[in-house]
Structure formats: C-alpha cells, structure tokens
Design a protein around this ligand. Structure first.
Ligand code: PLP
Length: 355
C-alpha cells in the first residue's frame, strides 16, 4: 500500500473508491451512475442526501443553502464579487497566498478591493493578525487554509461585515461554526470528493442586494432556486462526494476526524522540530494541519531523502515549486499509520546520515 501525501486532487478512502467503481458498473438495476438521468428520483435522492449530510456534518443552521456547483474554487473567485460586490462598493481581502491573490485579482475586475494585510514579502510563511476591516466593506474574504504554503487560520477574524471564506483545503477537517460565515466555498477535491464539484454554503439573506445583472450560471440564486440542478450537475462527482460524506459520518463525523487530524499533525511537526535534519517553513502558531511544509537544513539531502521515502512507499511529499522542500498533505483519508511511516523514514534517514 502506498502512503499518499499528495495535495490532491481527490484523496479519498479506498472503500469509497471501491463503492464508486461499483456504481460506474451498476448503480441501479444494471445501469451506471454515469448513464442514469439526473432527473430520476434515484439521482434526486443522491443530491438530497448529500445536501442533508453536508448540513448535518457541518451543523449548518437554517437560513443557509448548500449548493453543488462546477467551475472549481477558481470560478468562486469571480462569482463571489459578481453576487456580493456592488459597483460603488469595496470588498476587503486578506492576502495569505496564491489562492487569496487569485481571488482578489478576480474581484478587482468587478469592483474595488482593499487588501487589509499581506504576508507576501515573507513568502506567505505566516498569517497577518494585525489588520482592520473597514466597517463599510461589502464583505471580508479570506482563505482558511493555504494549501501551497502550509498555513491555516483557525480563528474567524472579528468583523461586523459579511465573511466569505475559501475553505477548499480544510473544509470537513475540523469543526467550524457556520453561523460566523455568510458564504463558504470549496473546490471539493481534497476532503469532500472528486474534482469537478464545488460546494458553496450561502446565507440566503446576503443575496439580491446589488443591482448588477448576473448571468444565470453565475448567479447563486438560480442554483438555489433549482436545487443545484439549474443545468446538468456533475453527477459522478456528487455521487462520490456522497459516498465520502457517508464514510465521514460513519467515522463519527467532523469532531472525530478533527481529533485524528490533530494527532497526525502533532506527530509530524514533533518529528520536524526534533530531527536536526529538518525544519518547518511556517510560523509555528499558523501551522496547517492539512499541508505540512518543511525543508532540510542541508538542501543537498533533499533528493536522497525523497528517493528513500519513495522506496518506503511514501509518495506525494515533494514541495510545491514556490516553497521547495517537502509538503506532506494529510487530508481526512490519510491514515495515521501513514504519518507514522513518514516519521519513521525521517528517523531512519537521520540514523543513516550519522553513520
Ligand atoms: N483555493 C484553495 C485554498 C486551493 O487549495 C485551491 C486548489 O488547490 C483552489 C482555491 C483552486 O481550486 P480549483 O482548482 O478547484 O479552482
């Protein structure tokens, strides 16, 4: 078995992949999940159960709609301002990495953007804490987990303006209080399901407040009005997400997986801090539980360590090109035994170097 520390897309438990494979061959009465009409009662039941499970697992209060969309989180970068930012208004953004930068770049095409703080000059190795969000902002946008740099924002910044959050890489990994947000979106392909599906959780009352004419596919309201079936939905991605949400529920839900995710992160950071060959790249208080970024004190040892790790079945740990070194992504589906395997590899490599 491989220990897959890849950043995605779509790291899911083996049992979910097996069920998904079976549904491609025979979902209902010999028909594939790929060929049945999305207007059948069978598929409507899939969407209804997925909607119910997202609400249950994240404890979504009433007054919010869960949407199954397409276009990835990247389309949300544009949909958010199109739906929430009036022509004369300003939206506030916290710049904590590439994805935050891309989000605010799209917003600038629609209206005015105020960057409240940025850690760009430090290659995004920390999350700025000292900033003010102007009270007249149309909304405040931030990225809860910075997949590339390995930082995570656990506290929702305090503000009286609507809060919009890109949770692509940590949704369903820890308990959140949805009532603190007005709009949450996430490309599904880390902890939820395959690429091709984007989840949005929208507080209904924030919509319809601006004058702009919005094309139907880009308008949250058309998707709400049509129960995420305004057009042909990504049927397979929704179905696999449902299987994965069922798996998460069977594990005890988000609170239980959060405990495991904490244990996994603690085990790996403990070794990074103990082992003299390695060092973490981010401010300790901002360390992500999902994406652990680290380098070697002696960069020349990075290639040999990568090779040694691969020989132990550890794959996907090569760092993103903008950080270098290593990135171990530890999404919900990664078992703690894989983290133990990586820690052991680091320890044995250290012993070998000492010889
Ligand atoms: N936001 C974050 C935090 C991400 O990690 C990613 C992709 O990894 C994106 C946005 C972009 O998502 P997509 O490829 O679904 O557009």
């Amino acid at each position: 078995m491989k220990h897959n520390f890849g950043a995605g897309p779509c790291i899911l438990p083996q049992e979910v992949f097996k069920q998904a494979a079976q549904a491609v061959l025979d979902f209902n009465d010999g028909l594939s999940i790929l060929e049945i009409s999305h207007r059948t009662t069978e598929f409507e039941a899939v969407v209804a159960e997925a909607d119910k499970l997202v609400k249950e697992l994240l404890n979504v209060p009433s007054g919010y709609s869960v949407l199954f969309l397409q276009g990835g989180a990247s389309l949300q970068f544009a949909m958010v301002p199109m739906n929430l930012l009036g022509d004369a208004q300003t939206a506030s953004y916290l710049d904590t990495g590439v994805w935050a930068t891309k989000a605010l770049k799209e917003a600038k095409l629609i209206g005015n953007v105020n960057v409240v703080a940025s850690s760009k000059d430090a290659n995004y190795t920390f999350i700025p804490k000292d900033f003010e969000i102007p009270a007249d902002s149309a909304y405040f946008h931030y990225t809860s987990n910075n997949t590339i740099y390995g930082t995570e924002l656990f506290e929702v910044p305090k503000t009286g303006v609507p809060v919009v959050c890109d949770m692509s890489s940590d949704i369903m990994s820890r308990v959140i209080d949805v009532s603190q947000f007005d709009l949450i979106y996430a490309g599904a392909q880390k902890n939820v399901g395959p690429a091709g599906l984007t989840i949005a959780i929208v507080k209904d009352e924030i919509l319809g407040k601006i004058d702009r004419k919005i094309p139907s596919m880009l308008n949250y309201q058309s998707h709400i009005d049509n129960g995420s079936m305004y057009n042909t939905p990504p049927v397979f991605s929704i179905y696999v997400a449902l299987l994965n949400l069922r798996w998460l529920k069977s594990k005890g839900g988000v609170a239980e997986i959060e405990k495991e995710n904490k244990q996994k992160a603690e085990a790996l950071y403990r070794e990074i801090d103990r082992n003299p060959l390695f060092k973490g790249t981010c401010a300790v208080e901002d360390r992500s539980r999902m994406n652990v970024c680290f380098v070697m004190e002696n960069a020349e040892l990075e290639k040999p360590f990568l090779k040694y790790a691969e020989e132990q079945g550890i794959v996907g740990i090569k760092g993103h090109r903008s950080v270098g070194g290593f990135r171990a992504s530890m999404y919900n589906a990664l078992p703690i035994t894989s983290v133990h395997a990586l820690v052991e590899a680091m320890q044995i490599f250290e012993e070998q170097q000492a010889k």
